[in-house]
Design a protein around this ligand. Sequence first.
Ligand code: FES
Length: 257
Amino acid sequence: MTPLEAPGAGVPYKILGASDVIHINELRQRYPNGRSAVLPALWVLQRKEGILTAEGMREVARALELPPGPVEAVASFYSMFFFKPHGRYVVEMCTSMSCLLMGAGPVLRRFEEQLAVRTGATTEDNLATLLEVECLGACGGAPAAQVNHRFFENLAPEKVEPMIAEMRAGTIEAAAPPAALATGGKEALPTMPTGAKAADRETIVDLANPGANRLEVAIAGSAGSVVDLVKGHGYLLNPSDHPAERGYVEPSKEPQP
Ligand code: FES
C-alpha cells in the first residue's frame, strides 16, 4: 500500500502532486523508519513551494504516514528551511570563527551596503535575502558564503558588487556540484522560488507562537475530552476536581518513629 492508496487517500493532495508523493514514498523506503525520511521529504516540499507552510507540512506528514507534529518539530529545528517568503537568491554569510578571522565582517557589511538591507532582511525587489549563519564547513575557503545552497569561498569585499550585479542579470555561476568538480567547471546558479505564491494561499508558520498554525482541536469526542498541550490549558483539570480544592493534604514527610 502506498500513501496514495492509504486511508484518507480519497482526499486529494492540494500542494504535493502525485509524483511528489511517489517520490516521498520512495525516500521513505530507503530507511527502516519513516521518520528518517522527514528531512528529504521536507526538501521536496521546499523545492516546490519555496517555503514550508502549515498545510504543506501536513501533506508531507500524510505522505510519510506520520502525525504532523514530528514533521513540524524537525522542520523548525533546521535553519535551512524557510517559513516565510525570501528573495530569489538567499545569501548565507558565515560569521563563525575561521571566517570571522579571515574578514567575514567587512564582506557582510558590503553585502548590506550593496543590497541596501540589514542582515536578516529581503530586498524590496525580492532579489535577495541576506542571512548570517554558523560554520558552513568550508573553513578552508574562509570567508565563505552560500548562495542558493552553493558555495562561494575566499570572498572579499570587492567581490561582492560583481556578485550582486550577476544576480540581477541572472548570470551568477557557482562551482559545479561534486560530480563535475574534477573539471573545475562552473554552472549557472538557478534562482529559488520565493514562497510568495504559497504564502498567499496557505498558512504561514509562526515559529514565535507555537501552535498558532494548528488545526482546531475538538474539546470532546468519542474518545472523551482532548487535551491540547499547546493551547488547551483550559481543558486540563476542572478547578473543583483539583486535589487541593478537595482539601487534599500532602502526607507528612516527618520521619516516622
Ligand atoms: S567558520 Fe566559516 S565555514 Fe567554517
